[in-house]
Design a protein around this ligand. Structure first.
Ligand code: ZN
Length: 93
């Protein structure tokens, strides 16, 4: 076997589409792992139904998130109180 470059999940594209689009896809696909459902907290059960629409395979919740990641930094600050982590201290009240 010849040497293979470590290109991660985008290795499946081979030399196609150019380096820059492949790098963008790689960044998105690496973020997919380790995402947690905001309701049942189970790991890697989220499926991207459309841009910004996420469905949990475990509990079936459908919610709005980022286009390619389930939760964005800005989205965290806008979450309803019951979905926020108990440790997160609220600045209101
Ligand atoms: Zn869930």
């Amino acid at each position: 076997m010849g040497r293979t470059k470590s290109v991660g999940p985008v290795g499946r594209f081979g030399p196609r589409y150019g380096a820059t689009p492949r790098k963008r896809v790689l960044a998105i696909e690496l973020k997919k792992k380790g995402q947690r459902c905001p309701k049942c907290k189970s790991l890697d059960t989220l499926k991207r139904e459309a841009a910004g629409i996420w469905v949990c395979k475990s509990c079936g919740i459908k919610f709005a998130g980022g286009a390619y990641t389930a939760q964005t930094t800005l989205g965290k600050t806008l979450l309803p109180e019951e979905l926020k982590a108990p440790k997160a201290s609220s600045t209101k009240e």
